[in-house]
Structure formats: structure tokens, C-alpha cells
Design a protein around this ligand. Structure first.
Ligand SMILES: *Cc1c(COP(=O)(O)O)cnc(C)c1O
Length: 398
């Protein structure tokens, strides 16, 4: 774990074009439009003060119970267990499902590092799959990765767009695999008009500061399986047993969320629809304005999906647009517009490089080279979106 890994220089040069350059320096003298900003203008302050005044600031208290209940309702799940991060929600799901040493779990290579790490912590191996046209795990390439060691699939609803759940569940049933959905970026997203919490062994969310709902740091494990919910609740609380105090029958973790964080969470859940809709409204405004810009691809929405556009991503075709993704980022940074590059695929991460050496995933790689997201805050105004789009058009014309 402490060992720092690196990609050998010679290998790095071969893949360098797919690795984003350094972050551009933002012009912060004048305009500044951040990629994301939490909206804390509801009952957040009131509930946090109330929690402080009640002295219930640790991991018990009314806000935790209320937050879990209200969040479960919103995502269509029967049980919700609040934890201290999205990473640990996934880790908890892996542990609670008994996935362990030498087991294999299939994930998209195009994802955030936590998806892979949650599997690696207990000695299991993430097995990688490329993306499809929606930037999601390519479901048609999952079966060829299944071996006798495969125990689960961990699909990720990237940037708020649902994966094709029916197809994944069919594969899972055929090979008797568990399914843990990483919905860290997909609060409020739907599959065939149903909320994402209804299907799968577990669905995990993040409440990091830039997610659609936030608690500062935090996460939620949800399931419809009562027994699994009880195991998860026990494991996240260092496996304190009910029968005696200081009596531990499992190797538990401390993944507990505080009542203070849950107070923020409850206030956020009260604005759930508003926050989700704001991201969709942003996306519609961006798409209308960027529709005809040659060389810019905007996100697609599959017929089965309600995309919540956690981040509004675009893919820049260097030749058609007339400027590379990294040059466009510099151009926008000069105008006070913050952007972020897409994920660096797992197989190109220094920590994982050796493990997947020689494996190539062309779609994920091209997204890593050409993809970026634009300011996507729920607080973004239409005139800010117009400012961003005009800057992109100006870059195209220069
Ligand atoms: C944010 C994120 C996580 C991790 O959540 P944290 O709360 O930051 O630990 C996991 N998976 C994906 C896809 C994410 O975007």
C-alpha cells in the first residue's frame, strides 16, 4: 500500500498523448466560474446548529436516521446505511457481499480510482472493460471477461448517465454474479423511468463536496436486501454486537457518518429534485448552444436513461475543432472558466499500470485524451453558460 508505483519512462512516452497535461492556471482577477459549488442555502445551517446544540455530534442522532430514511425514499431503495465517504460505501459493499482475496470484479476502466480501490483493498482484482458511445461500461464486452473467479460486476453510472441495467442484470443472473452499482455521480438518475435504487445487490453514493448532493464528505450504501443491510450496518460500526458491549464477531470498520454531516445531508435531500433538475437545465442550455460547434461532442442520453449530468462533459475533436482539448482548457482558463479533464483510465494509473500492462481500451483512452467537463454547478446561471459557450465558439474561430 505504501509502495509508490510509477510507469516506466519508456512506457509513459508511448501513452503520454492519452494522459492529460498539467492543470491550466486560472485567471482569477476578473471572472471566475468554478466547475462546481455546493448549494447550502436551504436548512443546512439551521440543522447543523441544531445538531450542535443537541450535543449529538458523533455518529448517533436524529439527523442520521432521518437522512437515511429520506434518501432511501428518493432513490427507491428499502434500506440505506450512511457512511463517511463514497469510497467506503463501495468498500463496505464489497466486504458485506463477502468478496475477498483472489476474487475478480468487473468494472469499467473509465472511472474514478475509488471504484478500483474498493475492490483492491481486500485482495480482489478489478477486471477492466472499455466504454460505449454513452461513455458507460460496454455491456457487450462483459461476458468475455468472466472467469471462474468472477464474483461480481461493479458498473458505474458515469457522469450521471445510467448504464444499461437490464442487460447487466441478465448477465449477472446467467453467471450468478453480484452487482454493486457505483452511483456516486448519479443521484436522481433513472433507468426506464425507475430510480436506480430498486435493482442490484447494492447501490452506492458519494456526498463529496462536488457531488449532486453533499454532506462535505460522506457516502451511502443502499440495498433492498434486509440481511445485507444489517451486515453493512454492523461492519461500518466496527462490528459492535447487539448482545454485549465490546463484543465483536466480525472484522469491522469505522466508516460511520457524523450526525453533523447527516444534518447537512437532510437539508440537501429536501432539495433533491431541485438540485437534480438544475443539472439537467444546465445541460439543456449547454447542448442548445454547443449543438452546431464543429468538433465538440456533447453527452448522449440513451432511450432508457434519465441522465442527471452530474458534470457536463464534452469531447473535443482536435482536427475538427481546430484546437486540442488542453489548448481549449488554457483558452477558457484565461477567461476565468474552470474545467476538468475526464478520468485517466484505471489501466493507465501509475498504481495499476503493471497489473494491466499490455491491455488497451481505445474508447476510454480517447476520452481521457479529448474529454473535459465544463462548469456544472447547480448554482450556474444561464448567462454564465452563455459566457462559457461563447468562449468555446471564440476558440473555435481563432
Ligand atoms: C466521487 C466518486 C467516488 C468516491 O466518492 P468519495 O465520496 O469521494 O469517496 C467513487 N466513484 C465515483 C465514480 C466517483 O465519482
Amino acid at each position: 500500500m505504501l509502495e509508490e508505483k510509477n510507469i516506466p519512462q519508456k512506457d509513459f512516452e508511448e501513452i503520454a498523448e492519452f494522459i492529460p497535461g498539467p492543470e491550466p492556471i486560472l485567471n482569477r482577477n476578473g471572472t471566475f466560474i468554478p466547475v462546481c459549488e455546493p448549494d447550502l442555502r436551504g436548512n443546512e445551517k439551521k440543522y447543523v446548529l441544531d445538531a450542535v446544540e443537541s450535543t449529538w455530534i458523533s455518529s448517533r442522532g436524529k439527523y442520521l436516521d432521518l437522512f437515511e430514511q429520506e434518501f432511501a425514499k428518493k432513490v427507491g431503495a428499502k434500506y440505506a446505511v450512511a457512511v463517511n465517504s463514497g469510497t467506503n460505501a463501495l468498500y463496505l459493499a464489497v466486504a458485506a457481499l463477502g468478496i475477498t482475496q483472489d476474487d475478480e470484479v468487473i468494472i469499467p476502466t473509465f472511472t474514478m480510482i475509488s471504484t478500483a480501490n474498493s475492490i483492491t483493498y481486500l485482495g480482489s482484482k478489478p477486471v477492466l472493460v472499455d466504454c460505449d458511445e454513452f461513455w458507460q461500461i460496454d455491456v457487450s464486452k462483459i461476458e468475455e471477461k468472466i472467469t471462474p473467479k468472477t464474483k461480481a460486476i461493479m458498473p458505474v453510472h458515469i457522469y450521471g448517465h445510467s448504464v444499461n441495467i437490464s442487460k447487466i442484470e441478465r448477465i449477472a443472473e446467467k453467471y450468478r454474479l453480484k452487482v454493486i452499482y457505483d452511483a456516486a455521480e448519479a443521484h436522481g438518475a433513472e433507468y426506464n423511468h425507475a430510480p436506480l435504487g430498486m435493482i442490484g445487490d447494492a447501490v452506492c453514493y458519494s456526498f463529496y463536496g462536488n457531488k449532486i448532493l453533499t454532506t462535505g464528505e460522506g457516502g451511502m450504501f443502499t440495498t433492498n436486501n434486509k440481511e445485507l443491510a444489517e451486515i453493512a450496518r454492523n461492519l461500518k460500526d466496527v462490528a459492535f454486537s447487539k448482545e454485549r458491549h465490546f463484543w465483536h464477531k466480525r472484522l469491522g470498520y469505522n466508516f460511520r457518518m457524523t450526525n453533523l454531516a447527516a444534518a447537512v445531508g437532510l437539508a440537501q435531500v429536501e432539495k433533491f429534485d431541485e438540485l437534480v433538475n438544475a443539472h439537467r437545465i444546465n445541460a439543456m442550455a449547454y447542448m442548445t448552444q454547443l449543438n452546431n460547434v464543429n468538433g465538440i461532442t456533447t453527452p448522449k442520453e440513451a432511450s432508457w436513461a434519465k441522465n442527471v449530468y452530474w458534470m457536463f462533459g464534452i469531447v473535443v475533436n482536435h482536427k475538427k475543432f481546430g484546437m486540442s482539448r488542453d489548448k481549449l482548457r488554457d483558452f477558457l482558463a484565461d477567461r476565468g472558466i474552470e474545467t476538468r479533464t475526464f478520468f485517466v483510465p484505471i489501466h493507465f494509473q501509475p498504481y495499476y499500470y503493471e497489473q494491466y500492462k499490455g491491455e488497451r481500451y481505445p474508447i476510454a483512452e480517447s476520452l481521457s485524451r479529448d474529454g473535459m467537463y465544463l462548469p456544472s454547478s447547480s448554482l450556474l446561471t444561464e448567462s454564465q453558460i452563455t459566457y462559457v459557450c461563447n468562449a468555446i465558439k471564440e476558440a473555435h474561430e481563432t
